[in-house]
Design a protein around this ligand. Structure first.
Ligand code: MN
Length: 205
């Protein structure tokens, strides 16, 4: 099947960077379903702490690393760096990536859920997520446990620049007083903080 080959190629960079004998991160292989597309935000305590924002688009998780994490305040613009596509299974991954591996450090699933595509073209027809991504402007409505409402990603750099901006859209879910990155640090899967996850994994060795 042509589609299958295409999806495997999309994950080539992801696979080349990792040794699956050493890391417990998923190899990939799961196909997209007809369910609503998913999003996930993983808190990743690597050499620099950051938040990985991932959106399911055409069989992979398109990914951005956001150093400061998301904000619910529309006046905050957060830098987001587009990184390699990740497999769909990555949306459920948390744990510790070993020291000698790419992205070494602790990961928790900080938020996640499903999303709706908000993007329309000039004629008010909906634009596919892949076309939105290629166009450098992605608009989604998140249905997460911590985050909800409209968020926009805008590519700011040129052709070979991976820099984007991530910000909350102005809607009823916007709230300049909230600061979930600070006040809601726990995993939505295990209810653990990064520190608790790290501690538990150390004790397992
Ligand atoms: Mn990361």
């Amino acid at each position: 099947m042509v589609m299958e080959k295409f999806d495997k190629d999309k994950l080539r960079e992801y696979k080349n960077k990792r040794d699956f004998k050493k890391t417990t991160e998923p190899r990939g292989g799961k196909k997209g379903s007809s369910d609503k597309p998913r999003f996930v935000i993983q808190k990743h305590d690597a050499s620099n702490l950051h938040y990985d924002f991932r959106l399911e688009i055409e069989g992979v998780m398109k990914s951005w690393a956001i150093p400061k994490g998301p904000s619910t305040d529309p006046s905050d613009k957060r830098m987001a760096v587009n990184t390699e596509d990740h497999p769909l299974e990555y949306a459920d991954f948390e744990g510790v990536i070993p020291e000698d591996q790419y992205g070494a450090g602790t990961v928790i699933v900080w938020d996640g859920g499903t999303y709706d595509n908000l993007r329309k073209d000039k004629d008010d027809d909906s634009l596919s997520m892949q076309d939105s991504f290629d166009d450098g402007k992605v608009e989604v409505w998140l249905h997460g446990k911590k985050l909800s409402g409209g968020y926009v990603l805008i590519k700011t750099g040129g052709k070979d620049d991976d820099k984007w901006l991530f910000k909350k859209m102005k809607d009823d879910e916007a709230d300049a007083r909230r600061n979930p990155v600070k006040t809601e640090p726990k995993s939505i899967l295990s209810d653990k903080t990064i520190e608790e996850m790290e501690e538990e994994m150390e004790n397992e060795d």
